[in-house]
Design a protein around this ligand. Structure first.
Ligand SMILES: [Zn+2]
Ligand SMILES: [Zn+2]
Length: 403
């Protein structure tokens, strides 16, 4: 095993590929924003208009790089909570520092946002409702990237156990992507800092892998997306961490409800099926298990773009327009919560949590609409870790007593 290559400092200028010199933005220095290096005065001046946005309070980078108040690092581990005064909704806390940015070799095809974080080709199409129909070649490319995505998720899931950090899962996902000549799509997508989303317990989605150690009794969603051959493949599952989680009736209820919600929605996918129907079935099933459905985050079209039309809401009585047609690719990815459906975002501008701090689970597949119905491109393999768990015995006994 070779040690990781140390990151070379790059110029902050957008579109600038130079290594940075010793020149730092003086305003950033005053604000305590580290690593605002430029290659030259010229490049600094050219980029001023876009760069100065970072100086505004609450911008993504200021939030991430300069926590408002930094708590004292733990003397044993050197880790710290970057947002100690944030009103957290549940017991979970971020555990910083994040590991250094992981590199992707130039030989692997990068999406357009890899350098500057801006998904330019997606931004051009925002608000457009036209849905792409993939030809045979495009469909084959989607099959390939989704199969690779499944392999990577399964590798990550096999590593998901008490005692490992979510950053370790990120390292594993990153390496597994590179081994498959694939770019880990989340990396630098709208400046997301890591290669995979890891969302434990009360985190709904978009959790940033950090130094927190998984404990027996956690549940963890791992959301993997790969970019390969010019196409993205996106899937996620929620896993029980250790045996305690599998023995906890509430954990099993929310995780299995989310799993079944996705399965039931997929049954509706066929040419002519309305996008707005999926949410009705999902919410009905979630409610039957005493769970709620998150409304803020949707499924999405996916192909050469990570996120595009259509938008797939997961809640009932939604007003999504349109119907599935042969050759379309999109995800369904219901997020189901034990308590309120209402969400809130941490000061890292990514991590979405439930407002009551109760746990939440999610499952996602990338789907291809076929003449006869649907092909689940990210389907589980016989060897895939995880899978459904029965309700623990304890619960059944309680129910017996109650009835
Ligand atoms: Zn995903
Ligand atoms: Zn997705």
């Amino acid at each position: 095993m070779a040690p990781e290559t140390p990151a070379i400092r790059k110029c902050m200028g957008s579109d600038c590929v130079q290594d940075a010199g010793a020149l730092q933005c003086p305003t950033c220095l005053k604000l305590g924003i580290k690593d605002s290096y430029f290659c030259s005065q010229d490049c600094f001046r050219k980029n001023w208009a876009t760069h100065k946005v970072l100086h505004k309070k609450g911008s993504f980078l200021t939030g991430l790089v300069t926590p408002k108040v930094v708590s004292e690092p733990d003397p044993d581990t050197g880790t710290y909570n970057p947002f100690p005064s944030y009103p957290y909704t549940g017991p979970l806390r971020p555990v910083y520092p994040l590991s250094p940015r992981r590199e992707v070799p130039k030989s692997i095809r990068h999406p357009d946002y890899a350098e500057d974080g801006m998904p330019k080709s997606e931004m051009k199409l925002r608000g457009r409702n036209k849905i792409d129909i993939l030809d045979k070649e495009g469909q084959e490319a989607m099959r390939k990237v989704c199969r690779l995505g499944r392999e990577v998720l399964d590798i990550a899931a096999a590593a998901c156990r008490p005692g490992v950090t979510t950053d370790y899962i990120d390292e594993i996902v990153h390496r597994a992507c590179l081994e498959r000549d694939s770019y880990p799509s989340p990396l630098n997508y709208s400046k997301f800092p890591k290669s995979v989303c890891t969302s434990p317990n009360e985190v709904i989605c978009h959790g940033i892998p950090d130094q927190r150690v998984l404990v027996d009794g956690d549940i963890l969603n791992i959301d993997v997306t790969l970019y390969h051959g010019g196409y993205h493949g996106d899937l996620n599952e929620t896993y029980y961490v250790g045996d305690k989680a599998k023995a906890d009736p509430d954990s099993v209820r929310v995780v299995e409800a989310a799993r079944e919600c996705l399965e039931q929605a997929i049954k509706l996918v066929k040419p002519g099926g309305l996008f707005r129907e999926y949410g009705n079935v999902i919410e009905k099933h979630a409610k039957s298990k005493g769970c709620s459905v998150i409304k803020t985050y949707c499924g999405h079209g996916i192909n050469t773009l990570f996120h595009c039309a259509p938008n797939i809401p997961h809640y009932a009585k939604n007003k999504a327009v349109g119907e599935a047609k042969e050759g379309m690719c999109f995800t369904i990815e219901p997020m189901v919560a034990l308590g309120t459906h209402k969400d809130k975002t941490w000061e890292d501008d990514w991590t979405s949590v439930t407002q009551d701090g109760k746990i939440t689970a999610q499952f996602e597949h990338t789907l291809l609409v076929t003449a006869g119905g649907v092909e689940v491109l990210t389907a589980r393999l016989p060897t895939s870790p995880g899978g459904p768990e029965p309700m623990p015995e304890v619960k059944r006994l309680e129910e017996a007593v109650a009835s």
